[in-house]
Design a protein around this ligand. Sequence first.
Ligand code: DC
Length: 251
Amino acid sequence: MILAIDGPAGSGKSTIARLVAARLGFAYLDTGAMYRAVTVRAVNNDLDVHDEQSVAEIAQNAPITFGYTPGNPIPTEVFIDGEDVTYDIRTAQTDLYVSPVSALPAVRLALTDQQRVLGAERDTVMEGRDIGTVVFPHAELKIFLTASSEERAHRRALQNVERGVQPVDEAAVHADLLRRDAADSSRDVAPLVAASDAVTVDTTNMNIEQVVEHIVELVEAKKTELEATSAQKLFEATSAQKSLEPSGETL
Ligand code: DC
């Protein structure tokens, strides 16, 4: 089962998706971290982040992998081509360059392919901008997480303090969020938009536990619905089979 969680920066996606994955025993994939890892490598190689072919070569050839700490099923480290970029993917510089990188169609194509492979392996909570619309348009459940831009800036500023990265000033974070929202929503390829069949969850006035609980309930309801549908299909197939069998009655 794929649980797609999309939404704008700072909507709480990463925190929520990690907790939901841990609760459900699903794998967790942070697709934003993949775009960030490619961005770090492109910047470190002094590439122009608008140079589609050169940046796409990174996405196509440099494997992105995740590292785990013992006892924690949720990955805590990100590597590109074996290089640990866990810290670098969260810097203000990466925040600045990741939007142009993620707008490059060839980069999206390469990363989308990898995300589909990873999602096919097992039940996964996949977090991003285009999971429900492009990567897994047939995901069993799609959540679009959102919150007011002020609340999102407040949360992201606190998170930056925790992670020890700049900026921590709320006004600066707010301006950057609005810039990225606009860039992510207006790009030609796979723009940030809720899938028509996504459940929108506005987290502005909800705490983390409430959001996690709500999503876990939606997953449980979806599982029950899927089980009922497959039981119904099995019943119909068995009935159809029986009606084809000779009845044994003589005329
Ligand atoms: O979720 P995040 O802030 O770590 O994402 C970083 C950037 O990557 C963000 O500006 C949008 C882009 N992104 C994307 O275009 N598609 C995804 N599936 C995930 C992230």
